[in-house]
Design a binder for this molecule. Structure first.
Ligand SMILES: [Zn+2]
Length: 457
C-alpha cells in the first residue's frame, strides 16, 4: 500500500488495523486485529477472528509496524515553550528567574501559540497525553485549553491555586468551577507550584476538591536543595513532609520530582498512595539529584515519567530515565538491568496515565480505553534483528520511526506533521512573536549562553 493510500485509510472514523506487532500490557503480540470505533479500542484479538466479527471493515495491513499506546507526559509546562533553550545552564530554581517572568509577560495570543507549539512537539515526540502543572500567566487557561484542543492532544490541565490566605473562598470557588469543565480531551486538575506558596488550608482544600472530583492535585516537591532547606528553615519540615502535615497527600496527589527523599518521605509516598512524576531529563539538565525510581517502583509507589518542559521526545525521555537510574544507583550496586525495558516503557505509558488520574481512560491498548496510539516503523536497521522489543524501544528507537499519531481514534499526525492544520504557519507565527515576548519579560539569566555570547568576542 502506498503511503498516501495508507494515510487516507487511517483517517477513517472506524478502523480494523492489522499491525504486524501490537504492544499489549503483558508484552508484544504478533498478528492481532485491532478495531477502533467511537474513539476507543472496540475489539482486539487474532486478526482472523476479529475480521469475522466485523465483516463490514476492511483490514488496514500494517507490515513491519508496531501499534503501541501513545506516551503520557506526566509533568509538563505547555506555556514555557518559547523559553526552552534559555533555561540551559541555569542554576536551580529557574522558575524564579525565567519561567515566572516569561509566563507573566505572555498575552492571550502568545499563550495560545506557545501552548500549541508545545502540544505539537509533544505529539511529534509520541505523547498523546500531556499533564500540565499550571501556568502562572494571568491571562488564564482558556488559551491553553483551546491550543491543546486544536492540536488534538489529550491534556490534564492544572489550575494554579497559590494563595496567601486572603482569597481562600474565592480561589476555592474558582477551582470548583474549573474542575466541572471536563471535555473528551481536557481533564481539569488543580495545582500549587510548591507547598510554601499556598496556605496549609489551601493545600488541604485543593487536594480534597481533586479527590472529590476524581482529578489530580499537582505540586512540585523535593527537587532542589535550596527549596528543601528553605522549607526546613521556615517550617521545620521538608516540602513533602509539609504536604503530609497539611493533609494534602493521597491517591489524588501527583507530585513532580521527589528526587531528594529521606527514608520517612519514601514511606510517606508509599503509605499515602500519592503518585510521583519522575522527570529524568530535568535531573540531567537542572536538578540536584535523581529520583530513586527502582526503589519507589519496588515499593509499589505509583510512578509516571514527565518531561517538565525540557524535551518532548518520549523515546529519549525513557532512555534518560534508564541511564539516570543506572548511573546514580546501578553502577554502585552492580545492577546492570535497572528495571530493563519493561519498567521504563510501563512508566512512560500505563504508569503515567494512572499517575495522572487517567488509568481508566488511556495508557494501554485495551478494549474500552481511548484509542490513543502510535504506529511505529520497525523496518529500520536499528531494530533489526529484534530480540527484546520493549528494551529496544527504550534504548534504540527514535521518534523518526513514529509513522502516525492517533488521539481518541483520530489521526492527528502523519510522518511527524498534523494532517488537518498548518503547523508551518504556526512556526512562522511563533518566530514572529516569541522574540518580543521574551524581550518583554524581566528574565534574569545567569548562564551567558553558548551561541550569541561569542558574537561580540
Ligand atoms: Zn515542573
Amino acid at each position: 500500500m502506498h503511503d498516501e493510500t495508507r494515510q487516507a485509510a487511517l483517517a477513517a472514523p472506524e478502523l480494523l488495523l492489522a499491525p504486524e506487532w501490537t504492544l499489549l500490557p503483558e508484552g508484544s503480540a504478533a498478528g492481532l486485529g485491532v478495531v477502533v470505533r467511537d474513539g476507543v479500542f472496540a475489539d482486539i484479538g487474532p486478526l482472523a477472528e476479529v475480521a469475522l466479527r466485523h465483516p463490514q471493515l476492511t483490514p488496514v495491513a500494517l507490515p513491519q509496524r508496531l501499534l503501541m499506546p501513545g506516551f503520557v507526559d506526566a509533568h509538563h509546562h505547555l506555556t514555557q515553550s518559547f523559553g526552552k533553550a534559555l533555561a540551559f545552564g541555569e542554576p536551580s530554581e529557574i522558575f524564579r528567574r525565567l519561567w515566572v517572568p516569561l509566563e507573566s509577560s505572555l498575552d492571550a495570543e502568545s499563550l495560545y501559540l506557545s501552548a500549541k507549539l508545545a502540544a505539537l512537539e509533544a505529539l511529534r515526540g509520541g505523547f498523546t497525553t500531556v499533564c500540565d502543572a499550571g501556568t502562572r500567566a494571568a491571562e488564564g487557561l482558556d488559551a491553553v485549553a483551546a491550543a491543546t484542543r486544536d492540536a488534538g492532544v489529550r491534556c490534564v490541565l492544572g489550575r494554579i491555586c497559590n494563595d496567601d490566605g486572603s482569597r481562600h473562598t474565592e480561589v476555592v470557588a474558582e477551582a470548583e468551577r474549573f474542575l466541572a469543565g471536563a471535555t473528551s480531551l481536557l481533564h481539569p486538575s488543580l495545582a500549587v507550584s510548591i507547598p510554601e506558596v499556598a496556605t496549609d488550608a489551601m493545600l488541604h482544600a485543593a487536594s480534597r476538591l481533586c479527590a472529590e472530583a476524581g482529578a489530580v492535585f499537582q505540586v512540585h516537591v523535593n527537587e532542589h536543595l535550596a527549596s528543601v532547606e528553605r522549607s526546613l528553615v521556615a517550617r521545620g519540615l521538608r516540602p513533602l513532609q509539609h504536604l503530609g502535615a497539611a493533609g494534602a497527600l493521597g491517591p489524588q496527589a501527583l507530585l513532580a520530582h521527589c528526587t531528594m527523599l529521606v527514608p520517612d518521605e519514601v514511606l510517606l509516598l508509599r503509605d499515602s498512595g500519592s503518585a510521583v512524576a519522575i522527570n529524568p531529563v530535568a535531573s540531567q539538565w537542572k536538578g540536584n539529584a535523581v529520583a530513586p525510581t527502582g526503589l519507589l517502583a519496588a515499593l509499589k509507589v505509583r510512578l509516571g515519567l514527565g518531561t517538565d518542559g525540557t524535551r518532548s521526545d518520549a523515546f529519549r525521555m525513557m532512555d534518560a530515565g534508564e541511564a539516570n537510574q543506572r548511573i546514580a544507583f546501578g553502577l554502585a550496586n552492580g545492577d546492570s538491568s535497572c528495571g530493563g525495558g519493561r519498567l521504563w516503557l510501563d512508566l512512560a505509558t500505563r504508569g503515567g496515565a494512572e499517575a495522572a488520574g487517567l488509568g481508566h481512560v488511556t495508557g494501554s491498548v485495551e478494549i474500552g480505553k481511548a484509542a490513543d496510539f502510535l504506529l511505529v516503523d520497525l523496518d529500520v536497521p536499528e531494530l533489526t534483528p529484534s530480540w527484546d522489543l520493549r528494551w529496544e524501544l527504550v534504548r534504540l528507537a527514535s521518534r523518526d520511526q513514529i509513522a502516525s499519531v492517533h488521539v481518541g481514534g483520530r489521526l492527528r499526525l502523519w510522518q511527524g506533521w498534523p494532517v488537518d492544520w498548518d503547523a508551518r504557519a504556526l512556526l512562522a507565527d511563533v518566530r514572529r512573536i516569541a522574540r518580543d515576548s521574551v524581550a518583554r519579560a524581566p528574565i534574569h539569566k545567569v548562564h551567558p549562553g553558548s551561541d550569541f555570547s561569542s558574537a561580540s568576542g
